[in-house]
Design a protein around this ligand. Sequence first.
Ligand code: PLP
Length: 381
Amino acid sequence: MDLSYILNQLGEDRHQYYNAVSPPLIQTSNFAFDTVAAMKEAFTDEQKHSIYTRGNNPTTTMLSQKIAALEGTEDCLVLASGAAAISIAVISQLKAGDHVVCVKHPYSWAFHLFTEILPRFGISTTFVDGCETENFKLAILPNTRLFYLESPTTMYLELQDLTAVCLLAKSNQIKTIIDNSYCSPLGQQPAKFGVDLVIHSATKYINGHSDVVAGVICGSSVLIRKIYLSEYLNFGAICSPWNSWLMLRSLRTLPLRIRQSSESGQKVVSYLASHPKVARVYYPHHPSHPQSLLAQKQMSIPMGMFSIELNTKDEASIVRFCEGLNYFLMAVSWGGHESLIMPACAFGSKSELPINFIRFYIGLEEADILIQDLEAALVLI
Ligand SMILES: *Cc1c(COP(=O)(O)O)cnc(C)c1O
């Protein structure tokens, strides 16, 4: 299925809504039936029928069909946040007594789930350096049921060899879940490498306009149906029809947004990597990255997020640099139209990141303008 078809046609049926080009927003909580027989029929399969918006809503269904196609999976669930997608996907695969192997430095709320919440239900987790597949193998216990992956991780940009890790998992009857937010479905399709469940914070590239919080879980029809009929309906962390509608609109420009973020990202990385005031860049497609060959193998496009270490540990200089930037906003999150920095010096003493560490996200501005902005701020160090 080609990208244009997915983004412009798939799941849309204009004859059902006055031939309108833009699909309607079905802002309703429930759906009425004309006959007892029709209602009875709907109850025979709650996943197939629109009964109540905590289950199905046509606006959200249209979006989920497109995202499943983008990820190359059979089905997809759209949720209220990326954190909900992570929690529901993970919990759906585990029971008391199980063990998880997770990459070190995962997204912070995934870390919290594994270290604070799941232990209360008798589920333990071992964190491993995912750069070496061998580390997953060494961590497997008789009760290991899940490998939790994030490739690359979004602070240190560390990759896992997805083909090798999935082979290892399958040969031990272990399920795999990946957080694929960094790459977007256009930059990496983990299901092709054998990953069972692919999640995204759709807040980031998929929505891309810094105005919606949402998440998705993609996988086979069998796995998604099981999650739908249990955790999805029960936890109720659904995406509102309005947010689904906004994301349908966002998807029309996904390839353009990704291309711009990617091209500008590469230019800004090249500029910073050769600047004397930058000690190190963390970027999978930069030759200085220890896994750049693996990145080229499994990620189809270099993306727009990276980290750097400045060539100073003087906090006042780092603060002057951060506050001297005019085009980069200082904020959490990423994936929108606006370029961002997230400096480790703002995290306080709990953070294990070095003080001179800064995460950058490159949005849709012209690369030259961003580089001029950096040039001027680097003088302040
Ligand atoms: C933001 C983010 C999440 C969480 O998503 P929300 O939509 O904020 O709940 C998960 N993983 C990664 C990599 C993220 O950047």
